[in-house]
Design a protein around this ligand. Structure first.
Ligand code: F3S
Length: 771
C-alpha cells in the first residue's frame, strides 16, 4: 500500500511501474508461502503476466531452470545494426505505435579513424539511408531516436533509462550493462524485441541464480573490470549459461554505479542471461547526478516493500562464488577469448612462455564497458603523472567516450585536453574499434605478423577490432591500458615497475585516483545529439525504404500454413557442428542486416555436406552442383519447399535471428535434426518453420539429399498437442521409390503452434491486433 509521489508527465516513461510490480510480487509471495527470494527472482516474477500461471510450486527449485515464464518487460532498446530487422518486423504487424517505451541508438556503424569530427561526417554519409530509415521509424511509432554520435546504447540507457527493479530487453548482447543500476536487462534478437514492442508476453525459461559474494574493499590499481575478468577466468565462457548472476555482500558498497555496470556488461562473456546488483547508496547518487531524483525517491519507497530491490536475507542461490576485493589484482584477459585470465603480476612471464608479442602496438580505452567518469578520471590521472615526468605515449592511444554527456563533462573538466595534449585521438561517441569499425592506419588488415593491443573493451574474438585475425586483443582496465602506452613493453607491470626516463632517472606511477561522479554535475553537451524527451507517434510519417536499396528491404509476411501436409525435398544433410555462424555468417554480411534477400545469400555457406564432405555445396535432383544458397534460391523459384537434416546442437552460438529468417525466406519448411540449441529452435518456431528432432537419432543415417520428406497427419498434431510438444510421423520416399516412416518429435507450446499456423509469430501478433 505504498504511496508514490507524483511524477511529471514527460518523466513517466522513466519510472518503473512500482505499484503494479509490488502487487504482482505480493501474489508471488502468497503462492510461495513467503519463501525467501533472490533479487533477480523478485524483479523477474514481479514482471509476470500472471503469477499464478508460472509460479506452480512453493518450492523455487521447481521453477528455476524448469518453468517457462511469460513476462511483460517495461522497455526496449535497440542498436542501429539490429534495430533494422526489429523495425522491419514491427512494421509488418501494422500496429500504430509501440506498447512500451523504446529507443534506437546509432552507435555500431561509425568507423573510428581520425577523431570525432571527421569520422562522424563520413559515417553519416555512408549510412545515411539506414539512419534515415531508423529515424523515420522512430517518428512514426513514437520511439526515441538517438542519432549517430549521441553515444553508445548501453551508456545512454544507464544515464537515462535503467532503474532499480526495471525489466528491459535490448537487441544487443551487452544489454545487461543496465544491471549496474539494479535492473534485469536481457539481450535478445529482433523478433523477441517485437514481442515486447507489441505487448505480447515474452517467454523465458526461469534462469537459475548464481550468487557472487563480494567481500573486502576495492582499492589501489584494482577496478571493477578486474572483478568480472577474474570471474570470467573462474567460470569460463560457458559457466554462466542458464544463470542470472546476482552480486551481494559487503564489498558491493565499495563500488560505484558505473563500476557495477562494467561488471554486469561483461557478464555476457560468461554466457549469463544477465547480471544485477541490489539497490545501493551509489545508485541513489548516480540517479541524482543524472537528473533522476524523483526516480530515486520512488526506488526508496519500493525498497521498503518486501525489500523489493534487494534479495531476502535467507535467499538461496543455486551456486555461490566469493571474491575478496581487497585481494584482487588487475587482470589482463586474452588473447582471443575473454576467459583466459592472467593477473598483471604474471603477465610478463606468461607472455614469454606463450610467445605473445613483447611490444604492444596500441592502447584503446572507452566503449560501453569502460567509459564512465570514474574510468576516465583515473586514466587521466595516470596521463598527468606521466606527462609531469616528461613521458609521451610510445604507441597510438585512442579514447572513446560513451555518450555526449560523458564527453561534454570530460571536456568541461579538462580531461579531453589532458588526453589530446598527450597524443590521444578522441573518437566519436560510438562503438568504433570495439565492433571492428576501426580503420587502422599503423598495421594493415592483411598483415600476417602477430601484434597485440591492450583495450578496455569486453570482447576479443579474432578480427573483432581491426579485421586482422592476427591482432591479439588483451582486455583489461582503462587504468592498465593507459599505463601500458607509456612503456609498450609486455614485461612492464605498472603496479610495481618503473620506467626509465631520458635523463637517466626512473619514474613510477602512483596508483590511479579518480572520482565516481563529477563534482560540478554532468554537462549536457551539444543539443543536436539529443532526441525529444517523450516522443509521440506520428502516424503520417512515411517510413523511407527505397525499392532499389541494397541495404534495406521491406518484409513480406511469410505465408500462413495452408492446413495441409508439408511435402518437401531434402536439400542438404549437414555433417557435424552447425552454429549460427555456419547458418548465417557475420563479417561482411553485417552490412545487409536490414535486407533479408541480400543477407540470405549467406545461408548455410559454412555448413559441411555429409554426403560429399564439401563446405557450401549442395546438389540438385539431377546432381548438378550449386552453392547452398544458390540451390535454395533455385528451389524457391521452382516452388519446391525443402528440409535441412542435421546433427546435434544445431544453431548453437547466438540468438542471431537471420539464421532462422533466411532459411524461411528461401523456402525452407522443416529442419530435422538430432538436437537443437534452444534459442535457435525458438527462433525457427517464431519464423513459422517446423523444427523437428529424430525420435531415434540413427534415422539420420537413413535420409539422403533429394529424398522426399512428408509429414503424416500434421493437422492432427496441430489440433491436439499442448504445451509439452508431441510426436509426428515423417514419410521418407527415396528417389528409387522406396518409402518408410521415421518418427520425429516437436517441442512447440500452444502459442508456438499458433505461430506455425499463422506463418510466423509476427503474423500471429498482427492478426491478434487486427481482430
Ligand atoms: Fe558497442 Fe562494443 Fe559495446 S560494439 S555496444 S561498444 S560491446
Amino acid at each position: 500500500h505504498a504511496k508514490f509521489p507524483a511524477v511529471p508527465q514527460d518523466f513517466q516513461s522513466k519510472v518503473p511501474p512500482y505499484a503494479k510490480l509490488l502487487k504482482n510480487l505480493a501474489q508471488v509471495k502468497q503462492i510461495t508461502n513467503d519463501a525467501p527470494l533472490t533479487l533477480a527472482e523478485k524483479i523477474l516474477y514481479s514482471h509476470l503476466c500472471d503469477p499464478k500461471e508460472s509460479i506452480v510450486s512453493s518450492n523455487l527449485h521447481d521453477i528455476r531452470g524448469l518453468q517457462y515464464l511469460k513476462l511483460n518487460p517495461d522497455r526496449v532498446a535497440m542498436q542501429d545494426a539490429s534495430a533494422q530487422m526489429a523495425m522491419l518486423q514491427f512494421m509488418t504487424t501494422g500496429l500504430p505505435q509501440t506498447a512500451v517505451p523504446a529507443s534506437i541508438h546509432c552507435d555500431h556503424l561509425i568507423v573510428g579513424k581520425r577523431g570525432e569530427a571527421r569520422d562522424l561526417v563520413a559515417a553519416i554519409s555512408t549510412n545515411k539511408e539506414v539512419f534515415d530509415f531508423l529515424q523515420s521509424c522512430g517518428k512514426k511509432y513514437g520511439i526515441q531516436f538517438w542519432g549517430p554520435g549521441s553515444g553508445i546504447i548501453h551508456q545512454i540507457v544507464l544515464e537515462n533509462f535503467s532503474a532499480p527493479g526495471l525489466m528491459m530487453l535490448g537487441t544487443d548482447s551487452h544489454t545487461p550493462n543496465a544491471g549496474g543500476l539494479g535492473a534485469i536487462a536481457i539481450g535478445v534478437g529482433g523478433a523477441d524485441a517485437v514481442d515486447a514492442l507489441t505487448g505480447t508476453p515474452w517467454e523465458l525459461k526461469a534462469p537459475k541464480i548464481l550468487g557472487v559474494k563480494l567481500t573486502g574493499h576495492l582499492g589501489g590499481w584494482s577496478s571493477p573490470k578486474d572483478v568480472i575478468t577474474k570471474l570470467a577466468g573462474l567460470l569460463t565462457v560457458r559457466g554462466g549459461t542458464g544463470y542470472i548472476v546476482e552480486y551481494f555482500g559487503e564489498g558491493v558498497s565499495s563500488l560505484s554505479c558505473t563500476g557495477m555496470a562494467t561488471i554486469c556488461n561483461m557478464g555476457a562473456e560468461i554466457g549469463a542471461t544477465t547480471s544485477t546488483f541490489p539497490y545501493q547508496e551509489a545508485h541513489r547518487l548516480y540517479l541524482q547526478a543524472t537528473g533522476r531524483s524523483v526516480l530515486a525517491e520512488h526506488a526508496d519507497i519500493a525498497l521498503n516493500q518486501f525489500g523489493f530491490l534487494r534479495a531476502d536475507p535467507e535467499a538461496q542461490y543455486d551456486k555461490v562464488i566469493e571474491i575478496n576485493l581487497s585481494e584482487l589484482e588487475p587482470n589482463v584477459n586474452g588473447p582471443f577469448t575473454p576467459d583466459l585470465c592472467t593477473p598483471i603480476s604474471q603477465f610478463g612471464e606468461t607472455s614469454l612462455k606463450e610467445k605473445w608479442p613483447q611490444k604492444i602496438s596500441a592502447g584503446l580505452i572507452g566503449s560501453c564497458t569502460n567509459s564512465s567518469y570514474q574510468d576516465m578520471t583515473r586514466a587521466a590521472d595516470l596521463v598527468r603523472q606521466a606527462s609531469k615526468a616528461g613521458l609521451k605515449p610510445r604507441i597510438p592511444f585512442f579514447v572513446t567516450p560513451g555518450s555526449e554527456q560523458i564527453r561534454a563533462t570530460l571536456e568541461r573538466d579538462g580531461l579531453i585536453k589532458t588526453f589530446t595534449d598527450n597524443g590521444a585521438i578522441v573518437l566519436a561517441n560510438a562503438c568504433g574499434p570495439c565492433i571492428g569499425q576501426w580503420d587502422r592506419e599503423d598495421i594493415p588488415k592483411s598483415s600476417k605478423e602477430t601484434n597485440s593491443i591492450f583495450t578496455s573493451f569486453n570482447r576479443n574474438f579474432r578480427a573483432r577490432n581491426d579485421g586482422n585475425r592476427d591482432t591479439m586483443n588483451f582486455l583489461t582496465s582503462p587504468e592498465i591500458v593507459t599505463a601500458m602506452i607509456y612503456s609498450s613493453d609486455a614485461q612492464f607491470n605498472p603496479v610495481t615497475d618503473s620506467i626509465k626516463l631520458d635523463n637517466g632517472e626512473t619514474f613510477k606511477f602512483n596508483p590511479p585516483s579518480g572520482q565516481d561522479l563529477p563534482t560540478a554535475g554532468f554537462e549536457h553537451g551539444r543539443e543536436e545529439f539529443y532526441p525529444a524527451a517523450d516522443p509521440k507517434p506520428q502516424p503520417d510519417v512515411e517510413v523511407k525504404v527505397s525499392p532499389s536499396s541494397d541495404r534495406l528491404q521491406l518484409l513480406e509476411p511469410f505465408p500462413a500454413w495452408n492446413g495441409k501436409e508439408l511435402k518437401t525435398n531434402v536439400l542438404l544433410k549437414v555433417e557435424g557442428k552447425c552454429t549460427t555462424d555456419h547458418i548465417s555468417a557475420a563479417g561482411v554480411w553485417l552490412k545487409y542486416k536490414g535486407h533479408l534477400e541480400n543477407i540470405s545469400y549467406n545461408t548455410l555457406i559454412g555448413a559441411q555436406n555429409k554426403e560429399t564432405g564439401e563446405v557450401n555445396k549442395a546438389y540438385d535432383l539431377d546432381s548438378s552442383p550449386f552453392d547452398i544458397p544458390g540451390l535454395m534460391i533455385k528451389w524457391k523459384q521452382e516452388g519446391r519447399p525443402w528440409t535441412v537434416v542435421a546433427e546435434h546442437n544445431y544453431g548453437e552460438g547466438s540468438a542471431r535471428e537471420h539464421a532462422a529468417l533466411s532459411p524461411r525466406f528461401l523456402g525452407g519448411q522443416i529442419i530435422l535434426v538430432k538436437s537443437f540449441a534452444r534459442i535457435h529452435e525458438t527462433n525457427l518456431k517464431k519464423q513459422g518453420m517446423l523444427p523437428l528432432t529424430f525420435a531415434d537419432e540413427t534415422d539420420y543415417d537413413k535420409i539422403g539429399s533429394g529424398d522426399v520428406l512428408e509429414t503424416v497427419d500434421l493437422a492432427d498434431m496441430i489440433a491436439k498437442d499442448g504445451d509439452n510438444g508431441g510426436n509426428l510421423d515423417i514419410r521418407i520416399t527415396k528417389p528409387s521409390g522406396e518409402a518408410f516412416i521415421v518418427k520425429a518429435k516437436h517441442s512447440m507450446s500452444k502459442d508456438q503452434i499458433e505461430f506455425f499456423k499463422a506463418g510466423s509469430a509476427i503474423n500471429y501478433i498482427g492478426n491478434m491486433s487486427r481482430n
